[in-house]
Design a binder for this molecule. Structure first.
Ligand code: 8X3
Length: 257
């Protein structure tokens, strides 16, 4: 790919899972990537891999998306040559706990709301004005099937992903007179560290959602994100639901054993 078509892509939650896979896929297609997450050590390893395997460029930004101050300070530390962000992938997100509401931990609720909703808003609020000034840009949000369907034990997580969907749709309407595009990619069961976090480190329980099925992996979603980003300028993929073939809805999964 020649230099003029190379894009600068900022990815939140890039230290693992869908975010790390997305960084690798953009680098594979010769774009340069800004890797954002709290875990700098992981990002440095990913940056080295990207630069070695794809001779693409990567920048590491330590960032806690749930903190406005952290988002502002991190982005302010970017070199001028990296400030023109063409694609923002709002991937940072998590589920904390599987308790029913009556037993839920309000600290878990706040963490999910702060990261999944607050984080997406804070980062978007900082990057969108530059896109508007330049008259180009693409915001790709990672939602979830949980934004389309609720399930027991997921009230707050589902609420946050419904919020991602609502924000995506409002933003697209606000930008209809511009060339900017807004996409949400909404996965079903993807096997990543996500489940280990949801089950608070209990690796055995974390495996249960994927038992007897072939779940998606981060790369499956990353390829869809890069595909959406590479459509011609007049084509907007607004909303993409991606599921394992054996999952028909948030709660209907065919397990083989
Ligand atoms: C997580 C996917 O199916 O556990 O976003 O709700 S699911």
């Amino acid at each position: 790919m020649n230099q003029t078509s190379q894009k600068t892509v900022l990815i939140t939650g890039a230290s693992a899972g869908i975010g790390a896979a997305t960084a690798l896929e953009f680098a594979r297609s010769s774009d340069r990537v800004i890797l954002c997450a709290r875990r700098r050590d992981r990002l440095e390893i990913l940056k080295d891999k990207i630069e070695a395997d794809f001779s693409s460029e990567a920048q590491v930004l330590e960032m806690d998306v749930s903190s406005r101050q952290s988002v502002d300070l991190s982005l302010a530390s970017l070199d001028d040559s990296w400030r023109r962000i063409d694609i923002l992938v709002n991937n940072a997100g998590m589920a904390a706990g599987v308790d029913k509401l009556a037993d839920g931990d309000p600290d878990d609720w706040k963490t999910m709301l702060d990261i999944n909703v607050g984080g997406l808003l804070y980062v978007t609020r900082k990057i969108l004005p530059g896109m508007l000034e330049r008259g180009s840009g693409h915001i790709i949000n990672v939602g979830s099937i949980a934004g389309h369907e609720s399930y027991p034990g997921g009230a707050v997580y589902c609420a946050t992903k419904s919020a991602v969907r609502a924000i995506t749709n409002s933003l697209r309407m606000e930008l209809v007179d511009t060339a900017l595009r807004v996409t949400t990619v909404d996965p079903g069961l993807v096997e990543t560290e996500f489940s280990i976090v949801r089950f608070k480190g209990d690796k055995e329980r974390a495996r249960t959602p994927y038992q007897g099925i072939e779940p998606l992996v981060g790369k499956d979603i990353a390829e869809v994100i890069v595909f959406a980003a590479n459509r011609p300028p007049h084509v907007s993929l607004n909303e993409i639901i991606v599921m394992p073939t054996s999952q028909a809805s948030a709660t209907l999964v065919s397990r083989k054993n």
